[in-house]
Design a protein around this ligand. Structure first.
Ligand code: PEP
Ligand code: MG
Length: 311
């Protein structure tokens, strides 16, 4: 029947009511990339480059980046390949950075040679793909400007046009200011793993931060607002956090207007089937119901609370 994923082009899934959804996969290796593509993904929506280097003794060299990227991007001819810059943050800090003061994106921006090596590796290995660069853990407009300048330089040195530059929206303050970030980014990728933890004050490594917490009305409303800000600015937005592959959260994401998802490579066929079974009108109603739950009526200020208490 129409709407079955196996009758559509790779990664082109339609909801039960015919709305197109782009389905990509999250990978860190060539094996995962093969798995995701054979499951029907349109391409790679998140390449986590740091996974290969979490025990590294120093910044990866250009050769290290090429050795990592060439086997993966070689599988993606003509397809989307969203390569994220090294995200050495949280529980992914390699030994050589652990003793230094700065980690994550800060550390990468501090070391322009390290940044240039990775950008050049991405540009060379990404030839022949629809490659784009994704910046993790973005907190400021200045960070995006710094990466864009470095990308322009690296591309000029390679004699090619700079590819698109997107940002992870996974810090609460960045999500809350999405309209401003949409002016400097070519696309958004919403990282619900870190975003949900940040919004709700959860320890991501702790048991409380499951993909299901993205269904909290405070998180879901923020995802909706980020999606609206992207659409208002005319830039693409997708969700790449694990919530996109959670059967209870997926319809809510579709319901707040998300039309592009990147999920773990092994999850692609199952998620394609669930999208094909989802009616977006129902999903929108469910999402509205959830986002309407906050703030709860009991937490709204009432008239008598405006009178100061008597001493
Ligand atoms: C996220 O935070 O949702 C995300 C996709 O990035 P990672 O899981 O690699 O931190
Ligand atoms: Mg993250």
């Amino acid at each position: 029947a129409a709407g079955q994923p196996d009758e559509l082009a790779a990664g082109e899934v339609k909801t039960a009511d015919g709305q197109p959804v782009t389905l990509l996969c999250n990978v860190a290796s060539a094996a995962e990339t093969r798995l995701g593509l054979s499951g029907g993904a349109a391409g790679v929506g998140l390449l986590r480059t740091e996974i290969a280097f979490t025990t590294a003794a120093d910044w990866p060299s250009l050769d290290d980046h090429l050795a990592q990227l060439t086997p993966i991007l070689g599988l993606l001819a003509g397809r989307p390949a969203v390569v994220r810059l090294l995200d050495f943050s949280g529980d992914k800090v390699p030994p050589f950075l652990a003793s230094r003061g700065r980690q994550g994106l800060d550390a990468l921006l501090d070391d322009q040679r390290a940044l240039r090596a990775q950008l050049t590796g991405i540009l060379r290995a990404g030839r022949g793909t629809q490659v784009s660069v994704l910046v993790p853990m973005v907190r400021s407009l200045a960070e995006v400007a710094a990466v864009r300048a470095a990308l322009a330089e690296a591309a000029a040195a390679e004699g090619i046009a700079a590819p698109k530059l997107g940002i992870m929206v996974e810090v609460a303050a960045t999500a809350a200011n999405a309209a401003a970030f949409a002016q400097v980014a070519d696309f958004f990728s919403i990282g619900t793993n870190d975003l949900s933890s940040d919004v709700l004050g959860l320890d991501r490594a702790g048991q409380a931060a499951t993909p299901a917490v993205t269904a909290d009305p405070r998180v879901l409303a923020l995802v909706r607002d980020v999606a609206r800000a992207a659409m208002a600015a005319g830039i693409p937005v997708s969700v790449c956090g694990d919530a996109a592959a959670d059967p209870l959260v997926l319809p809510l994401l579709l319901g707040v207007g998300i039309t592009s998802l990147s999920v773990g490579a092994a999850r692609v066929p199952g998620i394609a089937r669930q999208i094909a079974d989802t009616d977006t009108t129902t999903a929108r109603a469910q999402a509205n119901e959830v986002t309407g739950l906050w703030p709860p009526a009991c937490a709204q200020p009432s008239a008598d609370r405006t009178t100061p208490p008597r001493p």
